[in-house]
Ligand binder design. Structure first.
Ligand SMILES: [Zn+2]
Length: 457
């Protein structure tokens, strides 16, 4: 008798004309940014041990950047909101995003408004690498399905009426109707404009346009987060089918690099991801910021100052102090030399550009080893290097304490044939000299002991 009543109740529920289907939350709908590993977007420089992006990728101070939307996609309201949030950066950076009509033949940034179904997600080329992309292709992707205000539609559904009837007409299996199904049906619902979650639109637009003017993921700040790497790999693999490499590129990898520009780690940055406690070794967690943070304003204002054209002004003075160690090791797994110098660096009131350079010399340290390699050379000497901008009046310690925050990597395959020769590594901090337009002012240098190179590199 009891089971009969249950069956009866259940069938009543299913067959009731205006029944409310329960929407099962089966999957996350928000896609994190994949600025460095997006399908259809070439990676930046992902050579192991080199920066995925760097301050060489910033636009010229004062630039007007031409931006357009592609393919006539997107309602006027969503376009206006994206423009509004992108242009917030103009308040702090000496740059202008000039939005031009879709049919403009040549632009710097091209925004593609995609949807959940194409799985391209949110991402952007970094800074001036936008200019390397063919005019027929986008430089910045936004997934507008992510912008749908699901809660507003849930409320609308509960109210009954036209929208509820539309949804009920599309539900095939009321016992298995997921939020993904619901989203798909919302996208199909004919209406003049969607209900947008402007918090999400704001966060994603500010974040991606932040990449487009050279900012990187803040969670990659060296030592900012103590990742529990295995759980991070598993999380992104389960949720978004990301490979280990994609997780490295988007979430973790730059943590061993150091384009920090002398800033402090900024957990409020709009360039930061969400971090769950179980993703970290110390239980640290964070809900990502929706807004441009004070730290974001500071860094972008330093990269694009409003009141001066940095490169035309005084020479930056960078002081290297307490140079305690130049550690050079051969790494047979990564197949290259790993160079980690330890020193403190102090800047004066002017923003300065430096290059950290590691040159190869002969065993006695007297002669540089020549190279024709265009990427791994410095004035035709075999070398690996990393550029960095230094914020005014800041002090940074590199590789002091247990925190590794500066590493140069020199792949064996990028060296001239050395076939078992012994070499030394000379580490030099070069400053930019405005008088001769070259990075040739030596702020510091240090020589390693001799190392044997592998044969047949
Ligand atoms: Zn991003």
């Amino acid at each position: 008798m009891r089971s009969y009543i249950l069956v009866l109740l259940a069938s009543c529920f299913i067959h009731a004309a205006d029944a409310q289907v329960t929407i099962k939350k089966t999957a996350a709908l928000d896609f994190p940014c994949t600025a460095y590993a997006a399908p259809g977007m070439e990676a930046v420089d992902t050579t192991a041990g080199r920066g995925v992006a760097n301050n060489y990728l910033t636009w010229e101070n004062g630039d007007t950047i031409l931006v357009k939307f592609m393919n006539n996609v997107g309602s006027k309201s969503i376009r206006n909101k994206i423009m509004q949030y992108a242009k917030e950066w103009e308040q702090y950076a000496n740059l202008v995003f000039k939005f031009v009509p879709d049919n403009t033949p040549v632009t710097n940034i091209r925004v593609r408004l995609g949807s959940f179904y194409d799985k391209i997600g949110h991402n952007s080329k970094i800074g001036i690498t936008c200019n390397d992309v063919p005019q027929t292709k986008q430089t910045l992707n936004l997934d507008t399905s992510d912008f749908i205000d699901i809660s507003a539609y849930e409320a609308e559904y509960k109210k009954g009426g036209e929208f509820a009837r539309f949804i009920n007409g599309r539900v095939k299996d009321p016992n298995n109707y997921t939020n993904i199904d619901f989203l798909g049906d919302i996208l199909q619902f004919p209406e003049a404009d969607k209900k947008w979650n402007l918090k999400i639109v704001g966060r994603k637009a500010r974040h991606e346009f932040g990449h487009s003017i050279g900012l990187l993921h803040e969670q990659s700040y060296p030592g900012g987060i103590k990742w529990n790497k295995d759980t991070v790999y598993k999380f992104y693999a389960d949720r978004f089918e990301w490979t280990k490499e994609e997780v490295d590129n988007n979430v973790l990898e730059a943590s061993d690099q150091f384009f920090t520009n002398g800033t402090q780690y900024d957990p409020r940055s709009v360039m930061h991801y969400d971090v769950k406690a179980w993703q970290t070794l110390d239980g640290y967690s964070l809900i990502s910021s929706m807004e441009i943070s004070e730290g974001d304003k500071k860094i972008i204002g330093a990269l694009y100052p409003k009141n001066k054209k940095v490169s035309s002004l005084a020479v930056a003075k960078i002081q290297v102090m307490n140079f305690t160690k130049l550690d050079v090791k051969t790494d047979n797994v990564r197949k290259g030399l790993v160079i980690t110098p330890s020193f403190d660096l102090k800047t004066t009131a002017v923003l300065g550009r430096v290059h950290f350079v590691a040159l190869l010399t002969t065993e006695d340290g007297k002669k540089p080893i020549a190279s024709t390699n265009t990427r791994y050379s410095w004035n035709n000497i075999a070398a690996t290097y990393v550029p960095a901008n230094m914020l005014p009046s800041s002090k940074i310690s590199y590789n002091k304490s247990t925190k590794k925050n500066l590493e140069l990597f020199f792949p064996f395959r990028e060296m001239p044939a050395l076939n078992g020769q012994k070499v030394k590594v000379m580490f030099i901090v070069y400053m930019y000299d405005t008088t001769n337009n070259k990075f040739d002012r030596v702020a510091a240098s240090s020589m390693s002991s001799a190392l044997m190179m592998p044969t047949g590199n």
